[in-house]
Design a protein around this ligand. Sequence first.
Ligand SMILES: O=C(CO)[C@H](O)[C@H](O)COP(=O)(O)O
Ligand SMILES: [Co+2]
Length: 220
Amino acid sequence: MIKISPSILSCDFANLESECAKMKTAGVDMLHIDVMDGHFVPNLTLGAPIVKCLRPKNDLFFDVHLMISDPLRYIDDFAAAGSDLITFHVESDSDVQATIDKIKSHGIKAALSVKPGTPAEAVLPYLDQLDMVLVMTVEPGFGGQKFMADMLPKISAIRERANALGRDIDIQVDGGIDSATAPLVAAAGANVLVAGSAIFGAPDPIAAVPQLRQAAQAAL
Ligand SMILES: O=C(CO)[C@H](O)[C@H](O)COP(=O)(O)O
Ligand SMILES: [Co+2]
Protein backbone atom coordinates (compact mmCIF):
# COMPACT_ATOMS: atom_id res chain seq x y z
CA MET A 1 0.00 0.00 0.00
CA ILE A 2 1.18 3.48 -0.87
CA LYS A 3 1.37 5.98 1.99
CA ILE A 4 1.14 9.74 1.50
CA SER A 5 3.04 12.24 3.66
CA PRO A 6 2.27 15.86 2.68
CA SER A 7 5.14 18.29 3.28
CA ILE A 8 3.93 21.31 5.23
CA LEU A 9 6.81 23.27 3.69
CA SER A 10 4.35 24.30 0.94
CA CYS A 11 1.34 25.03 3.18
CA ASP A 12 0.05 28.38 4.40
CA PHE A 13 2.03 28.73 7.65
CA ALA A 14 -0.29 31.49 8.88
CA ASN A 15 -3.01 28.83 9.03
CA LEU A 16 -0.91 25.83 10.00
CA GLU A 17 -3.56 24.26 12.22
CA SER A 18 -6.29 24.31 9.55
CA GLU A 19 -3.88 23.24 6.82
CA CYS A 20 -3.03 20.14 8.89
CA ALA A 21 -6.72 19.54 9.61
CA LYS A 22 -7.34 19.51 5.86
CA MET A 23 -4.75 16.75 5.50
CA LYS A 24 -6.49 14.77 8.22
CA THR A 25 -9.71 15.07 6.21
CA ALA A 26 -7.84 13.95 3.09
CA GLY A 27 -6.85 10.70 4.82
CA VAL A 28 -3.08 11.10 4.73
CA ASP A 29 -0.88 8.52 6.42
CA MET A 30 1.69 10.95 7.86
CA LEU A 31 2.51 14.63 8.03
CA HIS A 32 5.99 15.52 6.72
CA ILE A 33 7.66 18.27 8.75
CA ASP A 34 10.81 19.71 7.15
CA VAL A 35 13.37 21.09 9.58
CA MET A 36 16.18 23.15 8.02
CA ASP A 37 18.94 24.98 9.87
CA GLY A 38 20.55 27.27 7.26
CA HIS A 39 23.78 25.27 7.67
CA PHE A 40 23.27 21.67 6.54
CA VAL A 41 21.02 23.14 3.84
CA PRO A 42 20.86 26.76 2.62
CA ASN A 43 17.38 27.48 4.02
CA LEU A 44 15.65 27.97 7.38
CA THR A 45 12.27 26.57 8.40
CA LEU A 46 11.13 25.61 11.88
CA GLY A 47 12.22 23.93 15.08
CA ALA A 48 10.92 21.73 17.89
CA PRO A 49 8.74 24.48 19.48
CA ILE A 50 6.51 24.56 16.38
CA VAL A 51 6.20 20.76 16.41
CA LYS A 52 5.24 20.97 20.09
CA CYS A 53 2.54 23.60 19.38
CA LEU A 54 1.13 21.54 16.53
CA ARG A 55 1.08 18.26 18.47
CA PRO A 56 -2.16 18.85 20.45
CA LYS A 57 -3.94 20.20 17.36
CA ASN A 58 -4.24 16.85 15.55
CA ASP A 59 -3.45 13.17 15.91
CA LEU A 60 -1.61 12.73 12.62
CA PHE A 61 1.61 10.70 12.53
CA PHE A 62 4.44 13.27 12.65
CA ASP A 63 7.15 12.39 10.11
CA VAL A 64 9.98 14.79 10.99
CA HIS A 65 12.70 15.27 8.36
CA LEU A 66 15.80 16.82 9.94
CA MET A 67 18.02 18.62 7.44
CA ILE A 68 20.36 19.92 10.10
CA SER A 69 23.94 19.66 11.26
CA ASP A 70 24.58 17.75 14.51
CA PRO A 71 21.14 16.08 14.58
CA LEU A 72 22.10 13.98 17.63
CA ARG A 73 22.04 17.16 19.73
CA TYR A 74 18.38 17.84 18.89
CA ILE A 75 16.79 14.36 19.02
CA ASP A 76 15.61 14.74 22.63
CA ASP A 77 13.88 18.04 21.78
CA PHE A 78 12.09 16.71 18.69
CA ALA A 79 11.05 13.51 20.48
CA ALA A 80 9.69 15.47 23.45
CA ALA A 81 7.82 17.75 21.02
CA GLY A 82 5.80 14.78 19.79
CA SER A 83 7.58 13.34 16.74
CA ASP A 84 6.47 9.83 15.77
CA LEU A 85 9.37 9.25 13.39
CA ILE A 86 12.62 11.15 13.03
CA THR A 87 14.67 11.08 9.83
CA PHE A 88 18.21 12.43 9.78
CA HIS A 89 20.81 12.55 7.03
CA VAL A 90 23.60 10.03 6.71
CA GLU A 91 25.75 12.94 5.44
CA SER A 92 25.35 14.87 8.71
CA ASP A 93 28.23 15.22 11.15
CA SER A 94 26.64 13.19 13.98
CA ASP A 95 27.59 9.59 14.70
CA VAL A 96 24.97 7.60 12.74
CA GLN A 97 24.72 4.66 15.15
CA ALA A 98 24.49 6.91 18.21
CA THR A 99 21.76 8.97 16.54
CA ILE A 100 19.69 5.88 15.63
CA ASP A 101 20.11 4.65 19.21
CA LYS A 102 19.03 8.01 20.62
CA ILE A 103 15.89 8.13 18.47
CA LYS A 104 14.96 4.57 19.44
CA SER A 105 15.58 5.29 23.13
CA HIS A 106 12.45 7.47 22.93
CA GLY A 107 10.35 4.57 21.60
CA ILE A 108 9.76 6.26 18.24
CA LYS A 109 10.68 5.27 14.69
CA ALA A 110 14.07 6.00 13.13
CA ALA A 111 14.94 6.74 9.50
CA LEU A 112 18.05 7.65 7.55
CA SER A 113 18.05 9.89 4.47
CA VAL A 114 20.41 10.05 1.52
CA LYS A 115 21.05 13.11 -0.63
CA PRO A 116 21.17 12.65 -4.42
CA GLY A 117 24.98 12.51 -4.52
CA THR A 118 25.24 9.81 -1.84
CA PRO A 119 25.13 6.16 -2.96
CA ALA A 120 22.72 3.57 -1.54
CA GLU A 121 25.70 1.82 0.07
CA ALA A 122 25.85 4.55 2.72
CA VAL A 123 22.60 3.39 4.35
CA LEU A 124 22.74 -0.36 3.65
CA PRO A 125 24.75 -1.22 6.81
CA TYR A 126 21.91 0.21 8.94
CA LEU A 127 18.94 -1.37 7.14
CA ASP A 128 18.37 -4.00 9.81
CA GLN A 129 17.78 -1.27 12.43
CA LEU A 130 15.79 1.29 10.44
CA ASP A 131 12.05 1.71 10.12
CA MET A 132 12.43 3.75 6.95
CA VAL A 133 14.96 5.03 4.42
CA LEU A 134 14.33 8.39 2.74
CA VAL A 135 15.75 8.74 -0.77
CA MET A 136 15.92 12.41 -1.70
CA THR A 137 14.80 12.97 -5.28
CA VAL A 138 15.93 16.62 -5.23
CA GLU A 139 18.78 18.38 -3.45
CA PRO A 140 17.40 19.05 0.03
CA GLY A 141 16.65 22.66 0.96
CA PHE A 142 13.69 23.84 -1.08
CA GLY A 143 10.25 22.73 -2.20
CA GLY A 144 9.07 22.96 -5.79
CA GLN A 145 12.15 21.48 -7.46
CA LYS A 146 12.27 19.10 -10.41
CA PHE A 147 12.26 15.34 -9.72
CA MET A 148 15.59 13.62 -10.41
CA ALA A 149 14.79 10.44 -12.35
CA ASP A 150 18.37 9.22 -11.94
CA MET A 151 17.51 8.40 -8.31
CA LEU A 152 15.25 5.51 -9.40
CA PRO A 153 18.04 2.87 -9.42
CA LYS A 154 18.98 3.90 -5.87
CA ILE A 155 15.40 3.24 -4.70
CA SER A 156 15.45 -0.18 -6.39
CA ALA A 157 18.84 -1.08 -4.88
CA ILE A 158 17.65 -0.28 -1.35
CA ARG A 159 14.38 -2.20 -1.86
CA GLU A 160 16.27 -5.21 -3.21
CA ARG A 161 18.64 -5.27 -0.24
CA ALA A 162 15.78 -4.86 2.25
CA ASN A 163 13.95 -7.75 0.59
CA ALA A 164 17.09 -9.88 0.71
CA LEU A 165 17.31 -9.18 4.44
CA GLY A 166 13.63 -9.99 4.89
CA ARG A 167 13.02 -6.43 6.07
CA ASP A 168 9.68 -4.93 5.03
CA ILE A 169 10.81 -1.37 5.68
CA ASP A 170 9.29 1.81 4.34
CA ILE A 171 11.15 3.55 1.53
CA GLN A 172 10.19 7.19 1.31
CA VAL A 173 10.86 9.58 -1.56
CA ASP A 174 10.92 13.35 -1.22
CA GLY A 175 11.18 16.04 -3.88
CA GLY A 176 9.26 16.68 -7.07
CA ILE A 177 6.69 13.96 -6.42
CA ASP A 178 3.43 14.44 -8.34
CA SER A 179 0.97 12.32 -10.33
CA ALA A 180 3.51 11.96 -13.16
CA THR A 181 6.49 10.91 -11.03
CA ALA A 182 4.58 8.87 -8.41
CA PRO A 183 4.20 5.80 -10.70
CA LEU A 184 7.95 5.82 -11.40
CA VAL A 185 8.99 5.79 -7.74
CA ALA A 186 6.32 3.24 -6.81
CA ALA A 187 7.48 0.89 -9.58
CA ALA A 188 11.06 1.28 -8.31
CA GLY A 189 10.05 0.20 -4.80
CA ALA A 190 9.14 3.34 -2.85
CA ASN A 191 5.97 3.10 -0.75
CA VAL A 192 5.90 6.43 1.13
CA LEU A 193 5.47 9.53 -1.01
CA VAL A 194 6.22 13.03 0.29
CA ALA A 195 4.62 15.83 -1.68
CA GLY A 196 4.55 19.53 -0.90
CA SER A 197 3.75 21.64 -3.92
CA ALA A 198 1.74 18.87 -5.64
CA ILE A 199 -0.67 18.81 -2.68
CA PHE A 200 -0.72 22.30 -1.11
CA GLY A 201 -0.27 23.97 -4.51
CA ALA A 202 -3.17 22.02 -6.04
CA PRO A 203 -6.53 23.76 -6.62
CA ASP A 204 -8.07 21.25 -4.19
CA PRO A 205 -5.41 19.94 -1.75
CA ILE A 206 -7.84 17.46 -0.18
CA ALA A 207 -8.64 15.86 -3.56
CA ALA A 208 -4.95 15.85 -4.52
CA VAL A 209 -4.10 13.25 -1.86
CA PRO A 210 -6.17 10.30 -3.19
CA GLN A 211 -5.24 11.30 -6.75
CA LEU A 212 -1.56 11.00 -5.90
CA ARG A 213 -2.08 7.70 -4.10
CA GLN A 214 -4.03 6.25 -7.01
CA ALA A 215 -1.41 7.37 -9.53
CA ALA A 216 1.25 5.48 -7.56
CA GLN A 217 -0.85 2.39 -6.93
CA ALA A 218 -1.69 2.09 -10.61
CA ALA A 219 1.99 1.28 -11.20
CA LEU A 220 1.98 -1.71 -8.84
O1 LIG B 1 12.62 17.95 2.13
C1 LIG B 1 12.15 18.72 1.33
C2 LIG B 1 13.04 19.71 0.64
O2 LIG B 1 14.33 19.56 1.06
C3 LIG B 1 10.66 18.74 1.04
O3 LIG B 1 10.04 17.73 1.82
C4 LIG B 1 10.34 18.56 -0.43
O4 LIG B 1 11.06 19.38 -1.26
C5 LIG B 1 8.85 18.67 -0.71
O5 LIG B 1 8.54 19.63 -1.65
P1 LIG B 1 8.06 19.32 -3.15
O6 LIG B 1 7.08 18.18 -3.08
O7 LIG B 1 7.43 20.61 -3.56
O8 LIG B 1 9.28 18.97 -3.95
CO1 LIG C 1 11.43 16.64 3.36
